[in-house]
Design a protein around this ligand. Structure first.
Ligand code: GN1
Ligand code: MG
Length: 402
């Protein structure tokens, strides 16, 4: 990579001097770094508001936006600023508080280990720290676009879940997120990735890649390729409903995978939703669907032992309840009756995306081993099969939850 990370960090209005910068190896798309600053009490941007520590902000998230994926990073940032400011402003009005115990390993001096700390709710949401020139992002000489967020302290993400209580809370958070954005003023958000959940189009692209078989991998994935063609009808259902105006388009997260929600380390309560680059017009079912894909099964997205991969009814039920708690009051009947279907759709779409990338030679997702995208494809396929087998039960659980 070879970026001058310290230079990048210095472009932003984080109070204090950067004293440590380390990669955070999460996400398949952007490059993410944790920036620690010294002399944290230096006067700076909104310090007392953005951190639970009352003005001693010390950790920040620095990201380089992947511009192969997000070709219009400026539009991404315009969306992100509107979204984060709207949510924070709404929470500020509510004046809610979040209480947690200060963990022993905290670098942010929120108090002695174990001490109860209280902070305003809005301060534990993502906020964009502008540059010293007042812009929301920084463009380096090579054209890379960088941004900085506050680091949400005393909170964790999970790549997989095994507890129904956490599943419920995760789904409640993504439901809450849709609710918070229902009254976002102004024009529609930019479509940061055009056709992101356009499943018919994803299917067409898949067909092209299979036909081209550019890196000669189709043979190794024949069973998976056949499965996609046999189940291709899944791709058209929601798309057709939207076209006929039968399901409303609203602001959705569109990447509601389980590790995009943060939980408080001491209470396990949901704190905030992160990874906002794909927040744009979408369907409620996309978010519920991505939750089902990533949280209704306790195996990892790239688990090789497929006997561990199946929809767990207890986790699914918890997701349905959590999501219904926040969205039940505003979803239309057509949205409600397609929530469970969203799980199958998004998982099938993800299977198509991983398989497309495998066949194209791993050009989109970061891969960490040979055949990584094919392993991911197989878990998604197994999940779709599991959802097809249990379809009636899943629909009933959503109905009951709503
Ligand atoms: C990517 O960046 P990350 O890991 O949160 C991807 C999602 C996929 C997901 C699969 C912009 O999300 O759409 O569902 O990987 N994001 C983009 O794990 O393509
Ligand atoms: Mg992410």
């Amino acid at each position: 990579m070879g970026y001058d990370l310290e230079f990048m960090a210095r472009q932003f209005r984080a109070p204090g001097e950067p004293v440590g910068i380390a990669p955070i190896p999460v996400g398949h798309i952007n490059d993410t770094f944790l920036v620690t600053t010294g002399s944290p009490a230096a006067p700076g941007w909104e310090t007392s508001e953005t951190t639970p520590e009352g003005g001693v902000a010390a950790r920040y998230v620095l990201q380089r936006i992947n511009q192969i994926v997000f070709t219009k990073p400026v539009e991404v940032m315009a969306n992100v600023v509107r979204i984060t400011e709207h949510i924070r402003a709404k929470l500020k009005k509510k004046r809610g508080h979040s209480t947690f115990s200060s963990p022993a390993d905290s670098q942010c001096q929120p108090g002695a280990p174990g001490e109860r700390v209280e902070c305003p709710l809005f301060s534990r949401q993502l906020a964009v720290l502008g540059t010293r020139d007042g812009a929301a992002w920084y463009q380096d000489a090579a054209g890379n676009v960088w941004r900085m967020y506050n680091f949400i302290e005393h909170a964790v993400t999970y790549d997989t879940l095994a507890s129904a209580a956490l599943a419920r809370e995760a789904a409640r958070m993504f439901g809450w997120f849709q609710k918070m954005l229902i009254d976002l003023p102004g024009p529609p958000l930019h479509e940061t990735i055009v056709g992101f959940h356009n499943t018919p189009r994803r299917l067409e692209r898949f067909q092209e890649v299979v036909r081209a078989d550019a890196v000669n991998r189709a043979k190794a994935a024949q069973r998976e390729i056949d499965f996609v063609f046999e189940n291709a009808a899944i791709c058209h259902v929601l798309y057709d409903l939207v076209r006929r105006g039968e399901v409303p388009i609203r602001i959705a997260h569109n990447d509601a995978k389980i590790n995009n929600v943060m939980f408080d380390t001491s209470t396990n309560r949901g704190v905030c939703v992160i990874d906002l680059d794909t927040v744009m017009p979408g369907l409620s079912a996309y978010d519920f669907g991505d939750l089902v894909r990533t949280a209704a099964c306790s195996a990892a997205e790239d688990e090789r032992d497929l006997s561990k991969v199946a929809i767990d009814i207890t986790l699914f039920d918890a997701l349905a309840q959590g999501f219904a708690q926040e969205t039940g009051p505003f979803l239309t009947p057509a949205e409600k009756s397609h929530l469970a279907f969203g799980g199958k759709l998004i998982t099938f779409e993800q299977m198509i995306r991983f398989l497309t990338d495998y066949l194209a030679g791993d050009v989109y997702y970061k891969v960490h081993r040979e055949g990584h995208n094919l392993d991911r494809t197989r878990t998604q396929m197994k999940l779709v099969q599991s959802m097809i087998e249990q379809e009636e039960a899943l629909n009933r659980l959503v109905e009951r939850a709503l």
